[in-house]
Design a protein around this ligand. Sequence first.
Ligand code: F0G
Length: 457
Amino acid sequence: MKTIIEPFKIKSVEPIRFSTREEREIVLERGHYNLFLVPADDVLIDLLTDSGTSAMSAAQWAGMMQGDESYAGARSFFRFEAKVRELTGFRHIIPTHQGRAAERILFSLVGGEGKIIPNNTHFDTTRANAEFSGAEAVDLPTREGLEPELIADFKGNMDTAALQGLIAKAGKENIPVCIMTVTNNSGGGQPVSMENIRTTAGICRSNGIPFFLDACRFAENAYFIKKRERGYRDLPMKTIVREMFSYADGATMSAKKDALVNMGGFLALNDDALAARARNLLIMTEGFPTYGGLAGRDLEAIAQGLDEVLDEHYLHYRIRSVEYLGERLVAAGVPILRPPGGHAVYLNARKFLPHVPPHQFPGQSLVVELYRTGGIRSVEIGSVMFGRNDTRGAFVPARMELVRLAIPRRVYTQSHIDYVVEVVLECFGKKDSMKGYRIVDEPPALRHFTAKFAPLE
Ligand code: F0G
């Protein structure tokens, strides 16, 4: 088989600013060892997120010039609406400025005190929005989804037996919506099978519980279904995507991922009454229902991006380039969550740094060292993000201590990725000298964004 090449030529480039280790040491101190507090200009390879960081195509940029900026009834809205409806089949398509705006609207309408919202695994903003409404957010990953080393096809699945147990215990009247995140981001970018989507939807339907997809990475998930699930190999991407959405009553979407744009999102649903209430909230906080916090040009770019993301050459390159990074790290003995996810490789910091206990944040230690050594920015998905103190003040660690290397779409080439491999291996070589961190200051919620850290001696 020949090398899988980037399925694009580069027309416009953005220079990378190089820095020395000494410069980065100062940057780290100034940023209190939190990479969210580091200016992007001081980063060489930015793997903080795949969200909003895609390179747009020539056709998307051309679409930007054709954006209709009318307040009401813009042509760009109708193009966006038609494309989203073609893929999802939902009746009501409500644009929002990003995914969490759609979540906030949905949860403020259906959430609230005493409500329980299950998900295969909530993303952090999804959990925060559910909890902010007063509801309880419950993660129901499968057992295999929690085994970092285990290789399985669909580790993103929902534990459907656990879902049934939860419904029996909590009462279906207290579960206003059940969400399936595709791919399962906090669970390692792992895909969910069509069978699991179908089964979960069936359980929800028989209990009268609306079933929604958190669809940020729907195309990557659909590609895994095509490659790994029986019966889908010969189907066009669009058919697989339409089947995924056909089981759901609605979806929230961050267009910043699989719509290949820098900003945007939507809430899509079939329930007329709920849609009317959502639009009323939208008008108050996001904008009129035909732009919802976005410019007309953004809606054009999303419509175009939703076409491009389903190109099989693109998806083949996309999934393979992430897998390539994972394969090279595994070959060198670096512990990662396996198999590699669709949008990211997750280093297993607990195994990488077995001498740093969870309450000293091994993931944070690794994030800092990747930056110090090679200017790479990654993100901790472990006890900084999900750990907490219980009511008696005792530390409760996260289920896993991971460091995510998220790959922006169409941005970096193979040599960038080779450089990333070299830096990770250099860190792996000096892992025994790496130390833990303590938090010196943290906000009441979503602490990973702004917490300040200090290295432990
Ligand atoms: N749901 C999932 C599964 C996500 O990964 C994200 C964002 C959101 C919802 C929220 O969307 O950012 O447009 O408001 N994930 C980004 C990440 C930030 O880095 O994984 P948003």
